[in-house]
Design a protein around this ligand. Structure first.
Ligand SMILES: [Zn+2]
Length: 501
């Protein structure tokens, strides 16, 4: 068969649960794992006559996120009822925003380093990053939860009903599964940085619905496969795998039948079966008129004034991807290291504070990614939560940078710092940990190590294959004799010199 060119067209709909203390339109607390139906009141329980009240915090979180996504913020937004019947939706409608979303026309940069071939995608590209257009961002409430597993009936838990959700819809600018994956990861990092969501995937705080179809050019004509919406994915890997599968499936379906097109078949909903690794057809997709949207008469529209917007805009932190690029540029770090450093906002701010206090960026980065990260892991927290003074971190980085202590000693000082809250210089002096760079002392240790290990020393001078390991062994013995205080670089240099004698 003749050649054809297939170009995937992918958009995303994402629901992000906002980290408010209470629900979107009532005062019920949001607690994961509370006993079923213990966090329900007349409003979220859908009792007649109960009146909703807007959660100001949720609105602010939503606007903050929309601003970070470079959206236009509507001066007036309203609330609409999306009507449908389902057991976990006690009101028989969901409060959402239909024609006046709070945010629209945004763009979000994702790292181009992580993405595959973006050729043909419709958005612009700048060095190192790639922009994905955001169609809209709006607030709505979540439904409750139905449980079927292992039961001959269904249980309904309304604790989740009324949870504030920010729905974000992108334009179909994503070009493949890798890029879709990268977008989801970057969005998680963004909402965590903004402090608007815990974005805990295990708890279902982020749910993804990719829209996928493929433009196929064949014999001078373009065919478009039907758009599949893959419902309710709750892991990054599922997003990746479902999109990759769906692209392959659609191309194969079109190869088998040239009428497998959007014009003929429209849009369809699919689920993802992760065990079998396939998408499964659910139903044809509803159109907006199926939901009988109309303005909620119980809620007044919200007006947003410029002063408040400017205040929110001014309070936005440096966005994660901007910070990563800055670390690469400013400190000459690799992108992977910069990514790791920027993963947690508070820890990244601590890093910046320590640099401002005089630390060398590269040395400090090494320390953050090695022993500071290890100390944080040991306590199951973040580096910021260790509570170490940035000036002390800067001091520790300086001691290593200036060759006064070695990296191993620094790791020891770090764990003392967490307990003692003293300056590293004081600790190092009090504990006699300063690195020894005195040639006389070093010579003595080296001679002692050689005398005690004549065979290793002979090997070190012998065939290259054995020499390296033998020399490493001798160096280790010297470090041991010095109780870890010898400057390892100097030991290496002196040993090399001795070998040449
Ligand atoms: Zn309630």
């Amino acid at each position: 068969m003749a050649e054809f060119v297939a170009r995937p067209i992918i958009g995303l709909e994402i629901h992000v649960q906002l980290a408010t203390r209470t629900k979107m339109f009532c005062g019920c607390p949001l607690e994961f794992g509370a006993p079923p139906n213990s966090r329900v009141c007349p409003v979220c329980g859908g009792l007649p006559g109960a009146l909703p009240v807007i959660n100001r915090q949720a609105f602010e979180y939503a606007v903050r996120t929309a601003l970070a996504l470079n959206c236009r913020i509507a001066a007036l937004t309203k609330w609409d009822r999306k009507s449908y019947y389902y057991p976990d939706l006690p009101k028989n409608y969901q409060i959402s925003q239909y024609d006046l979303p709070l945010g629209s026309d945004g763009r979000f940069e994702i790292s181009a380093a992580e993405v595959g071939d973006a050729a043909g995608a419709e958005s612009t590209s700048t060095a190192g990053t790639r922009a994905v257009r955001i169609r809209r961002a709006h607030l709505e409430e979540d439904a409750g939860k139905n449980t079927h597993e292992g039961l001959d009936h269904t249980r309904v838990d309304l604790n989740r009903a009324g949870t504030p959700l920010l729905e974000i819809v992108t334009e179909p600018d994503l070009a493949n599964a890798d890029e879709t994956y990268a977008f989801c990861v970057e969005l998680q990092r963004l909402v965590r940085h903004l402090g608007v969501s815990e974005a805990d995937m295990q708890k279902g705080h982020m749910r993804f619905e990719p829209n996928v179809n493929v433009a196929i050019t064949f014999e001078g004509r373009e065919y478009r496969t039907p758009i599949s919406e893959i419902k309710n994915l709750n892991s990054f890997r599922h997003v990746h795998d479902a999109v990759a599968y769906e692209i392959r499936r659609q191309v194969a379906a079109w190869e088998a039948d040239r009428d497998y097109t959007l014009d003929k078949l429209g849009k369809m909903n699919f689920g993802w079966d992760d065990v079998r690794g396939v998408t499964e057809f659910q139903r044809g997709k509803e159109e907006a008129h199926d939901y009988r949207y109309f303005p909620d008469p119980d809620l007044t529209p919200v007006t947003v004034d410029d002063a408040w917007l400017n205040e929110l805009r001014g309070g936005l932190c440096e966005l994660p991807l901007t910070r990563v690029s800055r670390y690469v540029e400013q400190h000459g770090l690799s992108r992977v290291d910069a990514d790791n450093l920027a993963a947690d906002r508070a820890s990244a701010e601590l890093f910046d504070a320590a640099v401002a206090a005089g630390a060398d960026g590269r040395t400090l980065a090494r320390q953050f990614l090695s022993f500071w990260a290890a100390e944080a892991n040991r306590r199951q927290g973040t580096i910021a939560k260790l509570g170490v003074d940035p000036a002390h971190m800067a001091d520790l980085a300086r001691l290593v940078h200036e060759g006064l202590i070695n990296a191993t000693t620094a790791a020891g000082v770090a764990s003392m710092l967490i307990e003692r809250r003293q300056s590293p210089t004081v600790i190092v002096e009090a504990e006699g940990m300063l690195q020894v760079r005195d040639e006389g002392a070093m010579e003595r240790w080296i001679n002692e190590a050689i005398a005690a290990n004549p065979k290793a020393w002979a090997d070190a001078k012998g065939i290259p294959k054995k020499a390296q390991a033998a020399l490493g062994f001798i160096r280790g013995q010297v470090m041991k004799l010095s109780a870890g205080k010898a400057d390892p670089r100097m030991v290496g240099e002196l040993l090399e010199k001795k070998l040449r004698e």
